[in-house]
Design a protein around this ligand. Structure first.
Ligand SMILES: *Cc1c(COP(=O)(O)O)cnc(C)c1O
Length: 229
């Protein structure tokens, strides 16, 4: 299957999911997660009309950005070590895994003057120990404290659901993130409009869309996984 063909199938799924809950499909943006594929396949995704590219590793991500960064909007979706912030800042437009003050400090320090860095606060809604992110009840205080960093704008919340056989089991996780978003929005913080929800991957994106996702992060179902071939 080509990326173009995969994208067509995915777009049909997005439309169907939106129709089920009365959402406008334009609210749902697809991030092609290219961590398991080559620069060539990443180019194929951009050629197919994909606007958003997601990488979770600094090294592999930067190689692709050097080659293709003049096209598309780049998202850093993985956990980011503070010492690596300086390598990626100014190149990736969105950071999906802000989960600690030390990282916010480093982003502030490395950002160009007057630069705004768009961040998602990562939340561990499911409570799985292996997952990164803040506990849900830590989120409000954390976001309030980010007001001290003028370079940081909290554009939304991000979560990863557990990998399960029955994707219905992911629904409470996505619903929980959406409820948390409403609480943040009710604070009307100028540094945290929190309009976006980054949730849903290849196996569970239809449920995530039904629960309000605005960015879905798709790797294997969209661009494939060349590591397994
Ligand atoms: C790898 C990855 C994805 C995409 O995973 P697929 O299941 O292949 O779609 C999404 N989000 C994050 C944070 C990832 O690391």
């Amino acid at each position: 299957m080509t990326v173009q063909e995969n994208l067509q199938t995915i777009n049909e799924q997005i439309h169907a999911a939106c129709q089920r809950v009365g959402r406008d499909p334009k609210e749902v943006k697809v991030i092609a997660v290219t961590k398991y594929v080559s620069e060539e396949t990443t180019r194929e995704a951009l050629d197919a009309g994909i606007e958003h590219i997601g990488e979770n590793r600094v090294e592999g991500g930067l190689d692709k950005w050097e080659a293709l960064g003049s096209r598309g909007t780049w998202h850093f979706i993985g956990s980011l070590q503070s010492k690596k912030v300086k390598k990626v800042i100014g190149k990736f437009t969105y950071f999906h895994s802000l989960d600690r003050i030390s990282l916010a400090k480093e982003i502030q320090k490395r950002a160009e003057e007057d630069d705004i860095v768009r961040c998602f606060v990562q939340v561990n809604v499911s409570g799985e120990e292996s997952k990164a992110g803040l506990e849900p009840d830590e989120v409000i205080e954390f976001i309030e404290s980010l007001a001290q960093f003028p370079a940081i704008k909290v554009v939304g919340l991000m979560t990863m659901a557990p990998f399960v056989e029955d994707i219905e089991e992911t629904r409470p996780v996505f619903r929980g993130l959406c409820a948390l978003q409403k609480k943040v929005q009710a604070l009307h913080l100028s540094h945290a409009p929190c309009d976006e929800l980054s949730m849903g991957m290849s196996n569970d994106y239809t449920v995530a869309i039904e629960e309000g996702a605005t960015f879905i992060r798709l790797g294997s179902s969209l661009v494939g996984n060349e590591m397994n071939e």
